[in-house]
Ligand binder design. Structure first.
Ligand code: GLN
Length: 485
């Protein structure tokens, strides 16, 4: 008998359409898989099995009556940062213990309208701040390929669940790499859409000028399908753009013959893992073999990206997290007066990385330092965007590593926040520039850990990077390797 937990999103849709299985079958298969492997992986923070089965049965009834659409009844997991009506939304934080979402995020509403079943909520770094999932208040997620290694972060639960076949697909969020980096560490596909492509209404905000929601999947085709479901303008998020969403994924089969793919010299740096570099360079050769022209490009301000990102992201985080004060949001810890109550609530509710970022962000916004840090970071951000504008004049998309290393051991970098931040060097640039980026599996290190190829494209050219990613993926078999038996 086929194991339905191994299905892709598109494969599940095909199977449901053919009558080969019901949605309830798929959901039960996932729960069996979760029972078998989640003790090891620790991806899920919350499941309501009965509700998921009821939702699946409702989808089956709709389908049986001739209603619904292609994806009616396909189950997915969502990062614990997205509001789903009547579900908890912890954001990986103690401070949100006891909170139940009163409404659906726009992406969730769109998935539900398409009949997609939410099968559970998956773990993450607290408030999406982190690169290893070790900042979750609910314990680290483990990498399905090697459980003593991190899955990446902050959407580590999303990537690990997909890699371990505990989810057919998942949603994550990406502020500085949190979809692409865990996807690469876990051997999945991860898509960060362009800024403005997907509504963030109902996403708990981390850094609002950088945040985007996107899919983590088993194939590029699945990422395109999910983007097609969640993208589009939403009056509830004024940053969402009126861009055409019809036709997302339509270019997948067009090949890359004659396309120009840029290779930025600043993305192959001293100190990066030689296996990672070798796998990415191999992938570049595969693309060349498929008919792409490889051109050298330069993104000279890359060296400023991490510093710029950690000023802007922390500044915005310090403002966004002010709402967790024990009054508007957050589990209150009483004090003698309101000020001591705020202090006690935030001291008890936030973990140390979140506190570090709030302190950093408050500092860079403070009078006297604003011009020296925040304003200057905004100017450098503009220069980073100009680097990309310039590079995209000579190429259609850019190929880079996703991260300088593959997954590392749990605890290996936790004592050194700066080292952790430097690992974001290749992903934060896309968020600063507002462009789109895709991570696709491109092989393994000699230690048998997955490596990801990053494909960056101009804003709102998701079709271009999906086309490159799909063409590469179909010429290789990395995406078919499974992390756990
Ligand atoms: N690792 C980066 C950070 O810690 C990115 C996180 C994210 O994209 N949410 O901020």
């Amino acid at each position: 008998m086929t194991d339905h937990s191994r299905l892709t999103f598109e494969g599940a849709a095909d199977l449901l359409a053919s009558g080969g299985a019901t949605s309830a079958d798929l959901v039960r298969a996932l729960f069996n898989r979760i029972d078998a492997v989640d003790k090891t992986v620790c991806a899920y923070t919350w499941l309501d099995r009965e509700q998921a089965v009821r939702d699946a049965e409702a989808a089956d009834t709709l389908r049986a009556s001739g209603g619904g659409g292609r994806y009616t009844g396909v189950p997915i997991a969502v990062k614990d940062v997205l509001n789903v009506k009547d579900q908890p939304c912890t954001c990986g934080s103690r401070i949100l213990e006891g909170y139940t979402a009163p409404y659906d995020a726009t992406v969730i509403r769109r998935l539900k309208d398409a009949g997609v079943v939410i099968c559970g909520r998956v773990n993450m770094d607290e408030f999406a701040m982190g690169s290893s999932n070790e900042n979750s208040a609910f314990g680290p997620v483990r990498n399905p390929w090697q459980p003593d290694h991190v899955p990446g972060g902050s959407s580590g639960g999303s990537a690990a669940a997909v890699a371990a076949d505990e989810a057919i697909a998942a949603l994550g969020s990406d502020t500085g790499g949190s979809i692409r980096q865990p996807a690469s560490f876990c051997g999945c596909v991860g898509l960060k859409p362009s800024y403005g492509r997907v509504s963030r209404y109902g996403l708990t905000a981390y850094a609002s000028s950088l945040d985007q929601i996107g899919p983590i999947t088993k194939t590029v085709r699945d990422a395109a399908a999910l983007l097609g479901l969640i993208a589009g303008h939403d009056s509830a998020d004024s940053t969402s753009v009126q861009a055409e969403t019809a036709g997302i994924g339509d270019d997948l089969g067009k090949g890359i013959k004659g396309m120009k793919l840029g290779l930025p010299r600043e993305y192959f740096i001293d100190g990066m893992d030689p296996d990672v570099e070798a796998r990415v360079r191999d992938a570049v050769e595969v693309c060349r073999g498929l008919g792409a022209e490889i051109v050298d490009v330069s993104l000279p301000r890359t060296k400023y990206a991490v510093g710029t990102y950690y000023i802007i992201a922390t500044a915005e985080a310090s403002a966004n997290l002010a709402r967790f004060d024990g009054v508007r949001y957050g589990a209150r810890v009483e004090g003698d007066d309101p000020i001591s109550m705020y202090g006690a609530t935030r001291a008890a509710g936030f973990g140390s990385e979140v506190k570090r970022r709030i302190i950093l962000g408050t500092y860079v916004l403070s009078s006297g330092y604003y011009d020296a840090y925040y304003l200057r970071a905004q100017k450098v951000r503009t220069l980073i965007r100009e680097d990309f504008d310039h590079a995209f004049q000579s190429c259609d998309a850019i190929l880079t590593p996703v991260a300088p290393t593959a997954a590392y051991r749990l605890g290996e970098n936790t004592d050194d926040p700066l080292k952790m931040y430097l690992g974001d060097i290749f992903t934060v640039t896309a968020n600063l520039a507002g462009i789109c980026g895709l991570s696709v599996p491109c092989g393994f290190t000699s230690a048998h850990l997955p490596v990801g190829l990053q494909i960056l494209g101009p804003a709102f050219r998701e079709n271009t990077i999906l086309r490159v990613g799909h063409t590469y993926e179909q010429a290789t078999d990395w995406h078919t390797r499974r992390a756990m038996p």
